[in-house]
Ligand binder design. Structure first.
Ligand SMILES: Nc1nc2c(ncn2[C@@H]2O[C@H](COP(=O)(O)OP(=O)(O)OP(=O)(O)O)[C@@H](O)[C@H]2O)c(=O)[nH]1
Ligand SMILES: [Mg+2]
Length: 361
């Protein structure tokens, strides 16, 4: 046989060695097997009550799931955790984007853990439907707190509606409390209705501000001022200190024009810097004073009871609405009736009644 000359040209294609199978059957089997080992509700409950963070995270994932089986499991876990929750203080923090909420929570959270507290940080941000996006930023902003073993940071649940996100956050609060977190901080960006939702799930509501060009009260929603138990003017450092002090005077004056709060508490205005940490400890002192007052006059306990009722009603409303709008017949009919109403072929009331009677059939 004639031996062919070995071709040494780089342009000549040589048969290489075969590539190993990219996915090994064995590994696939192992991964599938691992995924199937879902801890039982009892295991998760026990883990949470012992303060096990990965069990806590797993349970929160169930709360956030849309799978009915997961939700049933989540409800069981929440039911068991309920009697272990409530021993905490829930603090809501709001403020416009960029005011420094995340940076403040990092400084404030570190201060709290230095006092021996266990801090959970949650967020209500219905705008981040593609979740985790904003939290990636937050986790880098809270880089000290993330590493703190007495702190737990959980990104905002994703969801189409504020109601959905709010429910998930409320249930997450219960799980965190059962896991031993005694201070729950909920950050929300001051847009839309999210601060109202957060206000109705916390004991203390803090509005974060920065000093501007002197007209501090402009552009601030009256409702938010009324909800606030404290207004903290952040970024009071460097050249800003003087402006921040002026803003404080202005807010103080404005707050006195509001009617007294049912809690008997007079909102406090203060300044702080999340950079220099000046004024951070004072915020905790304010909150402690608030707790002392409202626990002794029973407002604290009453408010939590009211909030529980409120959330029960909210959940019913939310579920009824979802059931109606997802009804297969309603989905089609709704579009038709919308057009008819637009074209004045049918009155809005008549259309609504027709839709409802189809739904009740
Ligand atoms: N000088 C100064 N800058 C601050 C302070 N706190 C925050 N900042 C800066 O302000 C910017 C916004 O801070 P964030 O903590 O991301 O603000 P945020 O309110 O969480 O923003 P969103 O999550 O986008 O709503 C960042 O560049 C911070 O470094 C402060 O106390 N002093
Ligand atoms: Mg933030």
């Amino acid at each position: 046989m004639k031996k062919s000359k070995p071709n040494k040209s780089a342009l000549n294609e040589k048969e290489g060695i075969p590539q190993p199978e990219f996915i090994s059957d064995l590994v696939v089997k192992n991964i599938k097997g691992y995924r199937k080992i879902q801890p039982s509700s009892d295991e998760l409950i026990n883990g949470i009550l012992k303060g096990n963070i990965s069990d806590l995270s797993r349970a929160i994932t169930l709360v956030e799931s849309t799978n009915p089986e997961h939700l049933a499991k989540a409800n069981e876990i929440i039911g068991a955790c309920l009697s272990n929750a409530n021993k905490s203080i829930r603090i809501g923090i709001t403020g416009v984007p960029g005011v420094g909420k995340s940076t403040f929570i990092e400084a404030f959270g570190k201060h709290l853990t230095s006092l021996g507290k266990k801090v959970a940080v949650l967020a209500v941000d219905p705008s981040s439907t593609i979740s985790h996006g904003s939290i990636l930023g937050d986790k880098t902003r809270m880089e000290e707190l993330v590493k703190d073993k007495n702190a737990y940071i959980r990104p905002s649940a994703s969801g189409e509606t504020l109601g959905g996100v709010a429910r998930k956050t409320r249930e997450t609060i219960i799980l965190c409390e059962a896991a031993g977190f005694d201070t729950i901080i909920i950050e929300t960006v001051g847009v839309g209705q999210s601060e109202t939702a957060v206000h109705s799930m916390v004991d203390f509501f803090l509005l974060l501000k920065i000093s501007g060009a002197g007209d501090e009260l402009q552009g601030i929603k009256r409702g938010i001022m009324e909800m606030a138990d404290a207004i903290v003017i952040n970024k009071a450092d460097g050249d800003n200190i003087k402006k921040a002090k002026l803003a404080k005077t202005e807010f103080n004056r404005a707050l006195h024009l509001f009617p007294a709060k049912k809690s008997g508490w007079m909102p406090i205005v203060s300044t702080c810097s999340s950079y220099t940490k000046d004024g951070i400890d004072a915020v905790w002192k304010t909150i402690s004073n608030y707790l002392e007052l409202t626990k002794s006059n029973s407002y604290f306990q009453e408010k939590r009871k009211e909030q529980n009722q409120y959330w029960m009603m909210e959940t019913i409303n939310e579920q009824l609405k979802n059931h109606f709008y997802n009804h297969p017949e309603i989905i089609d009919l709704l579009e038709k009736k919308k057009k008819a109403v637009q074209n004045d072929e049918l009155s809005p009331f008549a259309a609504a009644l027709e839709l409802l009677s189809t739904y009740y059939k």
